[in-house]
Design a protein around this ligand. Structure first.
Ligand code: FES
Length: 315
């Protein structure tokens, strides 16, 4: 795993509860290039890694720019980014990876809710630089919560953007009914933000005839099904059977029984917890494996993925 020790060259509050961090190589050497929608892993401690989208323009290799929301229920990640790190500090990150790339399309629609704006900024920059047709809708609770609003106003693509504020007049709210003016067959739609926002946009897109292949979603938290059921995990080396309650992840339930699987992101992104599955039906909820790897059915990320009935793990 390639890690980079970068310097925080600029840190500022960009909205209520949101800071931006600009990272540069200490010797000002160029950084690995990235594409729109990419993220980096920030290694906060050896046990804690968090993923943050790069929100500067792809092609800029002199710095990386992150936007970080202070999560009220932070398990240490966003609190550290807000409170532990100061301008001038060194921070350890991985090289950029992209689970949310832009697909070629006649037209592209970007929907950002809250902190979900971060990957959309680099996408808007890339689409503008390529001369592609796009629209950009950004929803925030209020003007004070709208991160990077100054950048949106100053961007050469400002005319492509619409800012929708929850506490603003009704006529400026996000109107998904406007999708009827678009052509689903030639338009790709990207959405990032809170779970409810993502569902709202995706449901509207499907209702307006969007094919699933043209709907792209960025999840930075594991997608747990609302109807998760209890299951049983059997440890292959000992035969021990452990019941996993519906409201606990497999890694949490196993740890409580003294069976520890190393975890880092706990969101199905980093791959730290990948475990071989000897038998059983897996329900994948990660964004780590490819479709082909999932189809093999022989490994899983137990920090977020589940299963039906009994899973036998190679532990
Ligand atoms: S801990 Fe990162 S994928 Fe499970």
């Amino acid at each position: 795993m390639t890690l980079l020790d970068l310097q925080i060259t600029h840190k500022r509050v960009v909205a209520q509860g949101i800071v931006s961090l600009e990272l540069r190589d200490p010797q000002r050497r160029p950084l690995p290039a990235f594409t729109a929608g990419a993220h980096i892993d920030v290694h906060i401690t050896p046990q804690l890694t968090r993923q943050y989208s790069l929100c500067n323009a792809p092609g800029e290799t002199d710095h990386y720019l992150l936007g970080v929301l202070l999560e009220p229920n932070s398990r240490g990640g966003s609190a550290a980014m807000h409170q532990k790190y100061a301008q001038g500090d060194t921070i350890t990150v991985g090289v950029p990876r992209n689970n949310f790339p832009l697909a070629p399309a006649r037209r592209t629609l970007l929907f950002a809710g809250g902190i979900g704006i971060t990957p959309m900024l680099s996408m808007a920059e890339a689409l503008w630089a390529a001369g592609d047709d796009f629209g950009f809708s950004y929803c925030a609770r209020s003007a004070a919560h709208a991160a990077f609003a100054d950048r949106l106003r100053a961007a050469p693509w400002a005319a492509r953007t619409r800012l929708h504020l929850d506490d603003g007049p009704a006529d400026q709210r996000l109107q998904m009914a406007r999708l009827k003016e678009e052509d689903p067959a030639s338009t790709h739609l990207y959405v990032c933000g809170p779970k409810g926002f993502i569902e709202h946009v995706c449901q509207a897109a499907r209702a307006h005839g969007w094919p699933e292949a043209h709907i792209h979603v960025e999840h930075f938290s594991a997608v747990q099904p609302a109807d998760a059921a209890a299951l049983t995990v059997r440890i292959a080396s000992t035969g021990q059977a452990i019941v996993i309650p519906a409201d606990q992840s497999i890694t949490t339930a196993l740890e409580r029984q003294g069976v520890c699987i190393p975890v880092s992101c706990e969101q199905g992104i980093c791959g730290t917890c990948v475990t071989r599955v000897i038998s059983g039906e897996i329900e994948h909820h990660d964004s780590y494996f490819s479709d082909a790897e999932r189809a093999r059915g022989d490994q899983m990320t137990p920090c977020c993925s589940r299963g039906r009935g009994t899973l036998v793990l190679d532990l």
